[in-house]
Design a binder for this molecule. Structure first.
Ligand SMILES: Nc1ncnc2c1ncn2[C@@H]1O[C@H](COP(=O)(O)OP(=O)(O)OP(=O)(O)O)[C@@H](O)[C@H]1O
Length: 460
């Protein structure tokens, strides 16, 4: 289990016009925790001189200023979350900020240049690249795309519908099981085997979302989830409409950041129910506060930063997901049944007569080899309760022993030859050899004498 608070990052959007830029500064070196200071001029606060604070300071894990590009954002914010997801944890990245502050740009990306692509396409590329590298395991990837608008969920990837408005899309509802796990009814899961397939799904969802233009939305992908929200503004400097989902999200964040609060009102809204694990639960969660620090937006930027400071207090406990694969369980149980049958056959004296297969023989011989090579005197040769296997082991060992004997003899004779060459002969051996030589000499001279006599006789 990994205990971690929600990581908070800030990203400052470049101003549309330079002269509209508000005053702010980023201190990167403040005891290694960077801080962002926003200066709110008195006259701007309420239109007349008052007692409002001028300087507001907020701490973030890291603050990315206007010049930070999409690659930097991905590398520093999304890649670590994607890494955790690949390691088996749940991961969530969400952007939070006022309208026009760069949530879409950060999460999805800009459409103008390839280099402007955002966190989702880059994360998909990265995940598929990593999965391809790992041939030791089997992975399956599924994508779903959920939009929440006014407390209703809509499936943006439903293949049966051509949406011209949100109501054309199937409604997704929340079901809670007895263990309080949340299930999303009607949300389709689509398998993506390649990066291209995953991107096509993303584009389909984006298209459906754009067609069904909404005020508030959220999106969630299994494994890595992203939520975005929007506060619609009707006039400069005024937040006119904070929708219900956002209000409940804030309630949950407040409850979670307060000590000793036992009840967290997740159930009040669909978004907080869906994000239950991401907020204070089993997940590695990261929030990006998107800030538009133009003079007219300073108020809202300050409230975004305040929200982020509360989020930073939320502690999550991410647990490694280890689901039991039923296919593996069946395989294990089949093996266990076979072993029990073998044992029973041995105990009851009932012998199995069919011959061992090539694969079984190969496996057995491999076992014997590693048993013989094992230096541990306690090591055991485990072949199960199958007499055919036990018999085969004996035969194989016998064969190995005979082979070794033959080899052993050859080795001894060749070794002794080597010895002849290398070591000086001992006196005793020398004497014996001299005697043998003498004997051979005698034999040769006797033989040659016999031959000479025979030849003489022929000549005579
Ligand atoms: N870091 C950035 N660099 C360059 N342009 C940016 C950046 N962030 C945002 N923009 C541009 O600013 C505009 C508004 O950004 P975006 O649509 O991402 O905001 P938003 O927070 O998603 O807004 P809304 O809540 O209204 O959907 C877009 O034209 C976008 O391309």
């Amino acid at each position: 289990m990994v205990k971690q608070t929600i990581q908070i990052f800030a990203r400052v959007k470049p101003p549309v016009r330079k002269h509209q830029q508000g005053i702010y500064s980023i201190d990167e070196d403040e005891k290694l925790i960077p801080s962002l200071e926003i200066i709110l001029p008195r006259d701007l606060a309420d239109g007349f001189v008052n007692n409002k604070r001028e300087s507001y300071k907020f701490k973030f894990q890291r603050i990315f200023d206007q010049d930070a590009n999409q690659e930097t954002i991905f590398e520093n914010i999304a890649k670590p979350v994607a890494g955790s997801v690949l390691a088996g944890y749940n991961g969530t990245i969400f952007a939070y900020g006022q309208t026009g502050s760069g949530k879409t740009f950060t999460i999805t990306g800009g459409a103008e240049r390839y280099s402007d692509r955002g966190i989702i396409p880059r994360t998909l590329s990265y995940i598929f690249e990593q999965l391809q590298k790992d041939s030791s395991r089997m992975y399956t990837t599924h994508i779903s795309y959920l939009e929440i608008y006014n407390e209703c969920g809509y499936d943006l990837l439903d293949p049966r519908h051509e949406a011209s408005s949100l109501d054309d899309l199937p409604k997704v509802t929340i079901l809670e099981d007895p263990d309080q796990n949340i299930h999303l009814k009607n949300l389709t899961l689509h398998q993506a085997t390649t990066e291209e397939e995953a991107l096509n799904l993303l584009f389909l969802g984006d298209t459906n979302r754009m067609i069904a233009e909404v005020i508030n939305f959220s999106l969630k992908e299994p494994g890595s989830a992203t939520v975005r929200h929007r506060v619609a503004k009707t006039g400069v400097g005024e937040a006119k409409y904070i929708n219900l989902s956002l209000h409940y999200l804030e309630q949950v964040i407040i409850a979670l950041s307060e000590k000793h609060r036992s009840h967290i009102p997740y159930r009040n809204s669909m978004m907080t129910s869906v994000l239950r694990d991401s907020l204070g639960g089993n997940c590695m969660t990261t929030m990006i506060a998107t800030l538009s620090l133009e003079k007219r937006n300073l108020d809202e930027s300050i409230s975004t930063c305040r929200f982020a400071q509360r989020v930073a207090l939320i502690k999550n406990e991410a647990i490694l997901n280890e689901e039991i694969d039923p296919r593996l369980v069946i395989k294990r149980l089949q093996k266990e049944i076979q072993e029990l049958k073998d044992e029973l056959a041995m105990v009851t004296g009932e012998q199995r007569t069919e011959a061992l297969t090539e694969a079984e023989l190969f496996q057995l011989e491999k076992l014997i080899t590693s048993f013989l090579e094992d230096q541990d005197p306690e090591s055991r040769l485990e072949v199960g309760a199958d007499m055919r296997k036990v018999q085969h082991c004996f035969h194989h060992l016998k064969k190995l022993l005979n082979d070794k004997k033959i080899l052993g003899n050859n080795t001894v004779s060749s070794e002794s030859k080597d010895q002849d060459c290398q070591e000086p002969l001992k006196e005793e051996e020398y004497r014996k050899l001299r005697d043998i030589l003498k004997q051979r000499d005698n034999e040769i001279s006797i033989l040659s004498e016999v031959r000479t006599n025979q030849r003489g006789r022929h000549v005579a």
